[in-house]
Design a protein around this ligand. Structure first.
Ligand code: ASP
Length: 452
């Protein structure tokens, strides 16, 4: 018997979660959802985050240790950085074009503005974001570089927000491993290779309960959604962000993949869909990372030595969706305040939104906190943040989906450019992929033994 493909299972969980959340809101079951449904979503996200650090360590060590020579690594690193920057600038440009053409803030009524600015809850969140951004700003210009090098790896590994530090240590360790006597290095490699397989298997196991996890996450989210009146005032702005994000996901990335790797649209989407759906449900690239890695390696054919470097770095620094959102939001707020932005202002947005998206943590809501920096750079009142707070979560879900898709696309491009893009090699037994093989498929149990 074949199971329903994973992305369908997740999609069904999402739809049922939204439906149940709506029903619960109308029935006044908010408390019930908070007490008895939401915890399952949190447990699911925790389980994913639990895997992130060990996964990065083991797969990156394997990735670096598999390299035949170090020049390949620097080649890959250079291309990754260039592609990440390019896609981010494209995203911001798309956002700016849309928001300048549609002008969602120009017709924003005085009444809606006052209503939004007066809302106490909104104010509270806007102030929290400003405080978060202020802390960021206090740091010196080279602080990100200092932050890259941990003074204690065990300390760094205990905090998921220190992902870049863990990556730094691991690459360093991997290089050391490449340089020692192969006889001594072999047992260490074998240990990490085995550990990596175990962790990939744990991800498969976690994904078995993904439909339940996303059900709980979305039901809880729907119950928390602010009033519809407030949301309606922001429809035009939201549509600008969503339109831009849709262009990225449905046109830009698949086209990039098609042109540079020759892989088809259905192949790309079938491969990455579960990670996209999970990014949407969790609003966190970091929590989605284990699944992104698994999908990109096993379903999109990117070899581990590429994915293990490109994806963890991308989860933290490459946020195309976030940068697009920041560009649209900044111009929208300026428009709502009746401030025009000239070309210099717009270019300033390209620069600051690129930096702000790189600096945003891969967790829910981080993009809005960093938006404060973009607003500050172009001289728009930071209080204006309160205008868009109500829409933040739903836009966060969508921009995170774009962030993850961008990482996966760049991973495919980099892999192709260094000759490391092969055929998918699915090792899990919970997903019937690739579909053509289903007819001839052996029993799923037998397929389990089909490891490399
Ligand atoms: N939630 C986003 C992510 O994790 C970041 C953001 O835009 O808030 O990718």
């Amino acid at each position: 018997m074949t199971r329903l493909a994973l992305h369908w299972q997740i999609l069904i969980g999402m739809v049922l979660g939204i439906a149940f959340g709506l029903f619960a809101s109308f029935a006044g079951w908010d408390q019930f959802v908070g007490d008895w449904v939401s915890p399952f979503g949190k447990i699911f996200v925790n389980a994913l985050k639990l895997i992130a650090v060990p996964l990065i360590i083991t797969s990156l060590i394997k990735g670096v240790a598999d390299l035949k020579d170090i020049t390949k690594f620097s080649q890959m690193g250079g291309r990754t950085v260039v592609l990440y920057l390019l896609t981010t600038v494209v995203a911001i440009t798309i956002g700016l074009l849309i928001v300048n053409i549609v002008q969602p803030g120009a017709g924003f009524s005085e009444e809606s503005r006052k209503q939004l600015l007066a809302d106490a809850q909104t104010q509270e969140r806007a102030t929290a974001a400003q405080e978060g951004a202020a802390q960021q700003k206090e740091k010196g210009p080279l602080q990100p570089l200092i932050d890259l090098v941990p003074s204690n790896i065990f300390y760094a590994a205990t905090d998921n927000s220190n992902m870049l530090q863990v990556i730094f240590f691991t690459i360093f360790f991997g290089i050391g491993l490449l340089l020692v006597d192969p006889k001594l290095a072999q047992p260490v490699k074998d240990f990490f290779y085995g550990l990596n397989e175990v962790i990939m298997k744990m991800i498969d196991l976690i994904m078995l309960v993904a439909p339940i996890g996303v059900f709980a996450l979305l039901a809880a989210q729907v119950v928390l959604t602010p009033s519809w009146d407030v949301l309606l005032a922001l429809v035009k702005y939201s549509l600008c962000v969503l339109g831009g994000l849709a262009i990225m996901v449905f046109i830009f990335y698949p086209m990039l993949v098609r042109v540079f790797t020759g892989r088809s649209y259905p192949f790309f989407f079938r491969g990455i869909a579960p990670a996209q759906l999970l990014a949407f449900s969790t609003s966190s690239s970091a929590a989605t990372l284990p699944v992104t890695m698994e999908r990109v390696e096993e379903h999109l054919g990117v070899e581990r030595e590429v994915s293990s470097f490109v994806l963890p770095v991308g989860a933290t620094v490459n946020m195309d969706g976030t940068s697009l959102y920041q560009a649209v939001a900044a111009v929208f707020i300026a428009q709502a305040y009746g401030m025009g932005l000239d070309l210099v202002g717009q270019l300033n947005i390209v620069l600051t939104a690129t930096l702000a998206s790189i600096g945003s943590a891969a967790v829910p809501g981080a993009g809005m906190v960093m938006l404060v920096i973009v607003l500050g750079a172009i001289g728009v009142p930071v209080e204006g943040l309160a205008l868009i707070v109500a829409m933040d979560r739903i836009l966060d879900m969508c921009r995170t989906t774009v962030n993850v898709t961008g990482d996966a696309s760049v991973a495919m491009l980099v892999a192709r450019s260094v000759g490391r893009l092969g055929d998918p090699h699915v090792k899990e037994w919970d997903d019937n992929y690739p579909p053509d093989d289903i007819e001839a498929a052996v029993e799923p149990e037998l397929a389990t033994s089909d490891t490399e």
